[in-house]
Ligand binder design. Structure first.
Ligand code: BG6
Length: 255
């Protein structure tokens, strides 16, 4: 039965890979909505994948969220990838401390025996402050490193869950709901077709930057995130998906 299960996942991985047009898919057993250790298993799978691709002196940008926090939790020293530099992908996006990219980035770097640079900007930002802040020399320097990262590791969230978790103003919540947003990544909210319904104004990686990134790894699972995952991939910006069995089965429904 165990061998069947392994073989079963190979098929499932292949189907998800085709459906979402990805270079690589890893599926861990279970449903992370229901069991927290499934999230840790995705974390482990992501660390394993990162170890296979990271090279000396690479720069890795990471987003916030509980899933990427699990990747940081599972990180171990990167032997073949000494001197890797970890940076947050974007600003705090109104998240709680433990869910912020800065916090996760510092923890991941420490466990990997790498180095890190952090981003100290309030967000979301008004257009005026945004323009001033990105011209600040110390910020400018870190932003340049971030936008040039060769590897990006990010979470994907359900749109409503994310809007509620962040301190989102009511008028923005209205825009998100009226636009029928289902998914969120990097502070962008997407509808089922993958069109951008709303974008949080903050510094760091913008969706366009991902076209120049060697490897973009999405880590997201749980049946509740299936719609969010497929909406995000309609824009097709990531090469790799690390997910769980429940989300994967939901993703291939109707194919
Ligand atoms: C946030 C990221 O911090 O985490 C979002 O900025 C992402 O882009 C979210 O959608 C995912 O959170 P979680 O806790 O579901 O992994």
């Amino acid at each position: 039965a165990f061998m069947n299960e392994l073989r079963g996942f190979k098929d499932l991985e292949q189907q998800v890979k085709q459906r979402l047009q990805l270079d690589h898919v890893v599926i861990v057993p279970g449903d992370s909505d229901e069991l927290s250790w499934v999230k840790q298993e995705m974390g482990k799978a992501c660390v394993r994948y990162m170890k296979g691709i990271l090279r000396r002196d690479d720069t890795v940008a990471v987003t916030g969220g509980g899933t990427i926090a699990a990747v940081a939790e599972m990180m171990t020293p990167l032997e073949q990838a000494g001197n890797c530099l970890f940076v947050p992908a974007r600003g705090g996006l109104g998240e709680q401390m433990e869910n912020q990219a800065n916090t996760i980035c510092a923890e991941m770097a420490k466990k990997a025996n790498g180095t890190y640079r952090l981003l100290y900007v309030p967000d979301p930002l008004s257009e005026e402050s945004y323009q001033t802040i990105i011209e600040e020399p110390s910020i400018k320097e870190v932003l340049k490193i971030i936008r040039g990262a060769g590897v990006v590791v990010h979470g994907i969230g359900d749109a409503t869950t994310m809007a509620e978790r962040r301190k989102t103003p009511q008028e923005v919540i209205d825009t998100i709901q009226e636009g029928k947003a289902v998914g969120e990544a990097f502070g962008y909210y997407f509808n089922e077709e993958g069109s951008i319904v709303h974008k949080v104004r903050t510094v760091g990686i913008q969706l366009e930057d991902l076209q120049h990134t060697n490897c973009v790894i999405a880590v997201a699972g749980g049946k509740s995130k299936a719609k969010a995952i497929s909406s995000y991939f309609n824009l097709g910006q990531s090469n790799v998906l690390i997910t769980d069995e429940s989300a994967a089965k939901e993703l291939i429904k109707g194919s």
